[in-house]
Design a protein around this ligand. Structure first.
Ligand code: DP6
Length: 325
């Protein structure tokens, strides 16, 4: 069978997914809205080969051992089940998400794997079906099938829990400046972190309700080129997500003193009149939502306050691309 390659880009949520209504199918408690990024992506090649005794998985040039392959093998089993085949696959994947960027790569990784594996298994899935499939590898991957601004409807079943494009290409100047506080793997991965918040935070239902209620306002901000409303909603939603973690029992926290210092810096720049907002995911890095015209002012402040921190600027990026080798 022919080999297929897919390239999928990472995305950052402006309204977050943080908890599962159904952990098996990966149905989220919230509808989430994200921006797909141009600079960071995963490229994955898959070929089903009758000769293979098991799935062979090579990540960034390293052959994975049996115990490291399980999550990917389970996903390939799902593809085999859908395609009605039993053949094992050879998968070669390269992450163009610099490890130093500390950005989550599971979104681009499972989106690229869904695209390459389904094509290699001779299924021709449309973007919605690809999104449903990618979702079952990692929830945020459902959004990385599409470019630009993307909405993942939480849905009530595997069919209607699917992402769709809100605006692509993005025809307004918006960027995310990622400030790298740490490039170390996080102590609590997002899967267990969100499970903990879901089960043990007394305000979890309020966060779900507030997030879902914020969807129309976020959609309007995107349609109206309104960076201030978009940023305000995104920063508040991120802080509310982190608040869930801090009041969970037992509590946990992804944000370090440096993360909090950066959030304060962003808020101070805003008081001085700049349109800058912060968002944070399951790690300490802070992404500054801003306009390219303000890059210099932001960088000057960063260099004065945190001269040792590295930054990466990310701009809106495209949806998945798939081709035959
Ligand atoms: C904080 O998609 O990595 O980035 O579905 O368990 O694989 P699983 O979780 P994942 O969680 C992403 C969490 C987040 C917010 C978001 O991207 O919406």
């Amino acid at each position: 069978m022919a080999a297929y390659t897919a390239r999928a880009h990472t995305n950052i949520a402006l309204l977050k997914y943080w908890g599962k209504a159904d952990a098996q199918l990966i149905l989220p408690t919230t509808t989430s809205i994200s921006l797909t990024l141009n600079e960071f992506y995963t490229e994955t090649t898959v070929e089903f080969d009758e000769q293979l005794p098991h799935d062979q998985i090579i990540l960034n040039g390293r052959v994975l051992k049996a115990h490291e392959r399980q999550k990917i093998e389970r996903f390939l089993d799902l593809v085999r089940q859908l395609a009605g085949i039993k053949t094992y696959a050879r998968m070669v994947s390269i992450n163009h998400v610099p490890t130093a960027a500390g950005l989550a790569s599971s979104a681009s990784a499972f989106a690229a794997l869904a695209g390459a594996a389904s094509a290699a298994a001779h299924m021709s899935l449309d973007p919605s079906d690809l999104s449903r499939l990618a979702r079952q590898g990692s929830g945020s991957a459902s959004r990385s099938i599409f470019g630009g601004f993307v909405q993942w409807d939480r849905g009530t079943d595997s069919n209607n829990s699917v992402a769709h494009s809100l605006k692509d290409p993005v025809d307004w100047p918006i960027q995310l400046i990622t400030v790298i506080v740490s490039d170390q793997p996080k102590a609590v991965d997002s899967r267990s972190g969100m499970q903990n918040a879901f089960s043990n935070s007394p305000y979890y239902q309020a966060w779900v309700q507030h997030t879902n209620n914020s969807v129309p306002a976020m959609q309007a901000a995107i349609a109206n080129y309104d960076l201030d409303t978009l940023g305000r909603l995104a920063e508040q939603n991120a802080l509310e997500m982190h608040a869930q973690n801090m009041v969970a029992n037992p509590p946990f926290n992804y944000l370090t003193d440096t993360s909090w210092g950066l959030i304060k810096m962003v808020q101070t720049l805003r008081e001085q009149g700049l349109s800058v907002y912060a968002t944070m995911d399951a790690g300490p890095n802070v992404k500054i939502i801003s306009r390219p015209q303000d890059t210099e002012a932001i960088m000057t402040q960063l260099q004065q306050t945190y001269p040792d921190l590295k930054t990466q600027i990310a701009t809106p990026g495209p949806g998945i691309q798939i081709w035959e080798e």
